[in-house]
Design a binder for this molecule. Structure first.
Ligand code: BG6
Length: 474
């Protein structure tokens, strides 16, 4: 048994967390360029504070890890590790700097064409996220981001150009990264800044509904351009455990899980399930359906389910139990049976197997794990090596769990891309020193460093894992 022969091993990053070159090649300003490192990051990311590009803040996305100038070297290193796939995202503002131009920006398109060709040269299948948290600032200021229906047309203008240009070169697309993130980081997820006194649920539902329609139209378009293209939705996943076997705790866990599922339910099944409509109604909001929306959502469902997995959560019906543990922005009651990362994300390999089973039972479509990994501080030893055994241990246990889900439970899994395969900026905190990579990048939290790349111990380990198609995890 084991993993399928064409299993897509690899790594993942996002444009705003690695590219840099934020005003090069005609690139326009995006929401993600205005999310700084430091205490203002959270209120800005959550749509509660807006700032301008000047004013003394440090914006890590502006230089990222300078992938814009290092991509050949980086992709060669991925090739050396034996990557079968590399997940990256398209910065919308490289293709349409303001979002509403009639013609695309050729410099941006040819940058991505080079990246795609460089991947192919190294035997790597590109896996392209069409939207990983970025939105042109011009559209944010003009329309309030995704709350406005016209965003669908502007987004489709970008995806059409990209999908047609890369016909025959790119087979796998994801539409919106972590589509449920709208409920947790609305400015990052949808360029949404709240207005005083508005119904926040309504604003978020407007945004996500427009994204869901755009996602369905993207699937339609991709299949028309090339029936071999496969389009996936993307969920920030991680099962919720009830804190106790008290029925109220179980029910709370079920409700918390559904808050995650409700939007990919639409992308995968083609309609808003009754519980989701009730969830929206109870908050005094409604889905802004236009005439053909239900039909479009129904017809153009995704081909596979992709997700990020970092941790599970614990739900309690008791509001005073608080949210003492953090994991990828989700608060949770602390799970006493699990250890935590330095950032308090609780480590749960079996939770990955459970999550895979829940998703496969629910949708009966192939799964793709497109993010998983350990954010940790790395130390360069005197001899220049980086002994990241903690990362190897984390990945080993998670790969074993996903193997069990495939071998023992019969889950159909297309591939696995670890998050931040090369160190990059943290989305949650804006730190550089929260590192996930097999490749170290000389850059610190204040933006100092040479951008020099160095292999960590995990580099050779992952290479061996890939070469043995997941059989050798030692
Ligand atoms: C996911 C995002 O939420 O988690 C990534 O898709 C992000 O963009 C990753 O980087 C890890 O989170 P963090 O906060 O450690 O960067």
């Amino acid at each position: 048994m084991g993993f399928r022969k064409d299993f897509l091993w690899g790594g993942a990053v996002a444009a705003n967390q690695c590219e840099g070159g934020y005003r090069e090649g005609g690139r326009g300003l995006a929401n993600v360029d205005l999310v700084p490192h430091g205490p203002d990051r959270y209120p800005i990311a959550t749509g509660n504070l807006r700032i301008d590009a000047e004013d003394g803040h440090y914006f890590p996305s502006h230089e990222g890890i300078d992938f814009y100038h290092h991509y050949k070297e980086d992709i060669a290193l991925f090739g050396e590790m034996g990557f079968k796939t590399y997940r990256f995202s398209i910065a919308w503002t490289r293709i349409f700097p303001n979002g509403d131009e009639e013609q695309p920006n050729e410099a941006g398109l040819s940058f991505y064409e080079d990246v795609v060709k460089e991947c192919r040269k190294n035997g790597i299948e590109p896996l392209v996220t069409l939207n990983h948290f970025d939105c042109p600032m011009h559209l944010v200021l003009e329309f309030g981001g995704w709350r406005d229906r016209r965003m669908i047309d502007y987004f489709m203008r970008m995806t059409e150009v990209v999908i047609k240009r890369f016909k025959g070169l790119v087979k796998y697309y994801l539409t919106f990264n972590e589509v449920n993130m709208i409920l947790h980081m609305p400015f990052i997820a949808a360029g949404l800044c709240f207005e005083e006194g508005e119904n926040r649920t309504q604003a978020m539902i407007n945004c996500v509904h427009h994204e869901l329609v755009a996602s369905a139209l993207t699937t339609k378009l991709a299949h028309e351009v090339d029936p071999d293209i496969m389009v996936g939705c993307m969920l920030a996943a991680g099962a919720c455990y009830p804190e106790t076997c008290k029925p109220e705790d179980y029910f709370k866990a079920l409700c918390d899980d559904r808050e995650g599922f409700m939007f990919i339910d639409v992308q995968s099944r083609g309609y808003y399930p009754p519980y989701a409509l009730k969830w929206i109604e109870k908050r005094g909001a409604e889905v802004p359906f236009a005439e053909d929306d239900k039909d479009v959502l129904k017809k153009y469902t995704v081909d596979f389910i992709s997700f990020s997995y970092y941790n599970t959560r614990v739900s309690s019906a008791e509001p005073s139990k608080g949210q003492a543990s953090q994991g990828n922005i989700f608060g949770s009651v602390v799970n006493p049976y699990l250890e935590s990362s330095e950032w308090g994300w609780q480590i749960d390999p079996l939770g990955l197997r459970s999550t895979m089973n829940v998703l496969y039972d629910r949708y009966e479509k192939p799964l793709f794990i497109v993010e998983n990994g350990l954010g940790a501080r790395d130390v360069i030893e005197e001899d220049g090596s980086i002994q990241d055994d903690y990362r190897i241990n984390y990945l080993r246990s998670h790969i074993q769990a996903m193997k069990d889900a495939v071998d023992e439970d019969g889950v159909d899994l297309l591939g696995y891309t670890t998050w931040g395969c090369i160190d990059c900026i943290s989305n949650g905190t804006g730190e550089m020193e929260k590192r996930y990579g097999f490749i170290y990048v000389d850059r610190d939290n204040e933006g100092k460093g040479t951008f020099k790349r160095m292999k960590k111990k995990s580099f050779d380990w992952y290479k061996k894992v890939i070469a043995s198609n997941g059989e050798d995890l030692a």
